[in-house]
Design a protein around this ligand. Structure first.
Ligand code: CO
Length: 213
């Protein structure tokens, strides 16, 4: 497809989308424009094949979304922490889902010694997860299987990172209903695997990371 028609495809797609939604429900956009009250925060990979709403069968307004390369939660990242703060303290979401996916390019890149440019600093966080679980990962001979396991461990570590934040612990302290979930999405079958749930700050969080309120 030519560059112009590639672009036009989106504008046309949008017109069709807006028309169909209005056809199904004339009040659809009016209702949405009144405000959002999503119950979920999704932290996923930027990969174009893992769109939060589509893979969970949800609609606009249902999921608050943050995506970055390889779904990483870093406590010094203003972006993810702002999203988390708003989701927990203003929207009061009930569930935070970190969703990785098998076949993640970011995870695979982190497993190599190649230089990819600016993204290397970002992928360093995945290398740190590898380093934490080195013995388990090195025992896996098959490269794809090793990358898949790192994908799982990465999601679990990112959920742990969430549980270590003051934002999440403060919510638990205030008896706010908030559950953290580690998911991996399968590109080859479209299915989500649930790996781990963290329900409060007594679960699997090293005491050094627990704040006193
Ligand atoms: Co990815």
């Amino acid at each position: 497809m030519k560059t112009d028609s590639l672009y036009q495809k989106l504008i046309n797609g949008n017109k069709k989308y807006a028309m169909e939604k209005r056809f199904d429900d004339p009040e659809y956009f009016k209702t949405l424009s009144l405000g959002q009250k999503p119950d979920y925060l999704w932290i996923g990979c930027s990969d174009s094949r893992v769109p939060a709403n589509e893979v969970t069968g949800t609609q606009s307004g249902e999921i608050f979304v943050h995506r970055n390369i390889a779904n990483v939660v870093i406590h010094t990242d203003f972006n993810v922490m702002s999203v988390l703060d708003y989701a927990v303290n203003v929207l009061k979401v009930k569930h935070i889902i970190v969703c990785g996916h098998y076949g993640c390019g970011g995870v695979r890149a982190a497993l190599t010694n190649n230089m990819y440019g600016f993204v290397d600093s970002w992928l360093r966080h995945i290398k740190d997860v590898y380093h934490l679980h080195q013995s388990e990962l090195n025992a896996i001979m098959d490269e794809d299987k090793r990358a898949d396991r790192l994908t799982e461990l990465n999601v679990i570590e990112q959920v742990r990172n969430l549980a270590q934040t003051k934002i999440v612990q403060n919510a638990w302290h205030n008896k706010q209903a908030l559950q953290l979930h580690a998911w991996v999405y399968g590109l080859n079958n479209g299915l989500i695997t649930e790996l781990k749930h963290i329900l409060d700050n007594t679960a699997d969080i090293d005491s050094i990371y627990r704040y006193e309120f």
